[in-house]
Write a protein that binds this ligand. Structure first.
Ligand code: ADP
Length: 609
């Protein structure tokens, strides 16, 4: 397509060219006719003048040499004066004198147009190409009649015929030609001006349109920040504004779409559950971050591929296969190895489009490994508890039965049986108390109630309650606590911690031993901490058992622990309580030498949020 500006210039040039040519042609015609007319009138006047002043001679013998000579000589003289050819013709059409050629050689002129029309006193006129002179000639002839009453008296003889003047039209044609040349020159100049002007006008018109077109193309190529520079207020300016408005609305719509998508993406990415979408073509359409983690896959590598790509997780792939075939809601627990075994709960939902077409299956994956582990721990705990309870209950029941059957006669045995029943009852009581305590702590139903505790007086009180038991075993209780130390803690729970640790120390230390409590500030760490060390000179704990002594019901030596009245729950309660205080618990022990339990608690409990 030819650009608009060139087309406009061409159209303008054609229009102007045509009008100039038409105008020039018409003007040329008018010029020529008026010029010829003027010439004619001049010639008529000249002939009239001749008629009045010419010394006519007798021309009754038109073919005589004398007549011819006379008229030809006069004609020649007149020619010189008027610069036009002069011809004298008698009334019969015989040329009797001519300024250019010999009348003897000229044929009869009666049929010439100018002569035929020059009758009744009016002049005749004709334009012809003259073979003699080889150019266009204007002939004007006027009849001369000496008989006519209005005629001036011809002084020297009679003349009946015509005087004809002829003039070359070359001058007229030349003038006309010059006119044409000037016109063509002007036309050329005009064309140039028109071309330049219309090109500029068109450019003024089209360049903003081209700019708008460019911007529209950029918008098509998703460059939504492209804008038209609007510099005018006319229709083109309006078009630019409309394009800008369109781009604005596109941009804001796109932003909304992108925001929504980003929101969806971040929801998907931050979900705690895994999401896997299998589309209607059985390909993996979507895998979120959590699913990537659970299945040890990379979304970028599996998206778009068939779901069999996940065949490494055999159970999962099989479940997908089944539910994709059924297109029904389902839930299933499968184990995957990535690399350690995990239990994944899969909830599958078929997805449909708005108008009902099947779109694919959406799977929600939940890692239930921890839940299942907890569940099995729970049931294990119940089994343990029942087992622990069974032993004392069986003892109580057995001894009570024996007593009831009346089989025991002597008072002393009876008393020892009753003592056993009492002790076992007491043990049961403690066991149940510990179990309740533990479950209370574990279920977080016992929040910390902190207050400043004066450590020194706190331990004086704690050791006071334990002094009787220690004395019984002749165990020395020692403490080394800074006088001015306060700690922010839940006093009741702190008491539970240290009664447990100290009584363990007393319990697992033979008679004559020593249990010592040492309290120190820990300056090394960033946060201010207090270190409590409970050490004994007791039997110690074998290396292999050290990592397990904080487990519930774990006892190094069942028999021995039971004799000492232990429930196996003390240390796990301690551990929980220390953690509740954001502290740490550790143990050092050497078999036969003694053990040291170290509790580190922050000086100040940080605000929980
Ligand atoms: P128990 O009520 O049986 O003492 P704990 O949970 O308090 O239960 O302790 C777990 C086990 O750790 C005890 O059975 C015992 O074998 C061992 N233990 C705890 N404290 C000491 C200690 N100070 N010296 C030696 N062994 C200890």
């Amino acid at each position: 397509m030819r650009p608009f500006r060139i087309r406009l210039a061409l159209i303008m040039m054609i229009l102007i060219g045509l009008s100039v040519i038409v105008a020039g042609y018409t003007m040329g015609r008018v010029f020529k006719t008026t010029h010829i007319n003027a010439l004619e009138q001049t010639m008529v006047r000249e002939i009239n003048l001749l008629k009045a002043t010419f010394p006519f001679h007798d021309a009754s013998d038109p073919t005589s040499a004398a007549t011819r000579k006379y008229y030809s000589d006069r004609a020649l003289e007149l020619d010189r004066l008027t610069d036009s050819r002069v011809t004298f013709i008698n009334k019969d059409g015989i040329v009797i004198g001519d300024s250019e050629s010999d009348p003897a050689t000229m044929d009869n002129h009666l049929n010439r147009d100018e002569i035929r029309t020059a009758v009744d006193g009016s002049y005749g006129q004709s334009i012809r190409y003259s073979e003699t002179l080889r150019q266009d000639m204007l002939y004007v002839a006027l009849p001369v009649n000496s008989d006519q009453s209005d005629m001036i008296e011809i002084p020297s003889g009679k003349f009946d015929g015509y005087i004809r003047l002829s003039m070359s039209l070359q001058a007229v044609d030349q003038g006309l030609q010059r006119g044409w040349m000037i016109m063509f020159g002007a036309l050329g100049l005009l064309f140039l001006i028109v071309a330049i002007v219309s090109y500029r006008v068109a450019r003024g018109l089209t360049s903003p349109i081209e700019h708008i077109t460019k911007v529209a193309h950029r918008i098509t190529k998703l460059e939504y920040d492209a804008r038209v520079k609007v510099t005018r207020r006319d229709e083109i300016g309006q078009l630019g504004l409309a394009i800008n408005g369109m781009a604005d609305s596109l941009q804001s719509q796109l932003k909304t779409i992108r925001d929504n998508e980003a929101l969806l993406q971040s929801v998907l990415a931050n979900m705690t559950g895994g999401i896997v979408l299998i589309d209607a073509g059985q390909s993996i359409a979507l895998v979120n971050r959590e699913a990537e983690r659970m299945l040890s896959i990379q979304a970028s590598k599996v998206t778009g591929k068939p779901y069999t790509e996940l065949k490494r997780h055999y159970e999962l792939t099989r479940t997908i296969e089944e539910s994709v075939a059924l297109q029904e809601r389902m839930h299933e627990e499968v184990s995957v190895f990535s690399p350690e075994e995990r239990l994944i709960r899969m909830d599958g939902v078929p997805m449909y489009e708005d108008h009902g077409g099947y779109r694919g299956m959406l799977f929600l994956l939940q890692d239930v490994t921890a839940i299942r582990r907890l569940e099995s721990m729970r049931s294990e705990f119940v089994a343990n508890v029942s087992h622990e309870l069974k032993t004392p209950v069986a003892a109580v029941k057995g001894f009570a039965e024996t007593l009831l059957s009346g089989g025991v006669q002597d008072k002393e045995t009876e008393r020892s049986f009753l003592k056993i029943i009492y002790d076992e009852g007491d043990r049961l009581n403690r066991l149940i108390g510990d179990i309740l305590e533990l479950s209370k702590i574990e279920s977080k139903r016992a929040p910390l109630e902190c207050s400043p505790v004066h450590v020194h007086s706190f331990f004086e009180m704690v050791l006071g309650t334990l002094s009787k038991v220690a004395e019984k075993k002749q165990i020395r209780l020692e403490m080394n606590v800074p006088e001015e130390l306060y700690i922010e803690a839940d006093e009741d729970k702190m008491k539970q911690i240290f009664i447990n640790l100290l009584s363990n120390g007393i319990n697992y230390t033979p008679e004559g031993g020593r249990v010592k409590l040492q309290v120190k500030m820990d300056q090394t760490s960033e946060q201010e901490q207090v270190v409590f060390a409970v050490s004994d000179t007791g039997i110690g704990i074998p290396k292999k058992d050290l990592p397990r002594i904080f487990e519930r019901f774990y006892r190094v030596d069942k028999g021995r622990s039971r004799n000492s009245g232990g429930t196996g729950l003390g240390l796990s309660i301690v551990k929980h309580l220390v953690e509740l205080h954001h502290g740490k618990l550790s143990v050092d022990s050497e078999l036969g030498m003694g053990s040291t339990f170290r509790v580190t608690l922050p000086l100040i409990q940080e605000e929980e949020n």
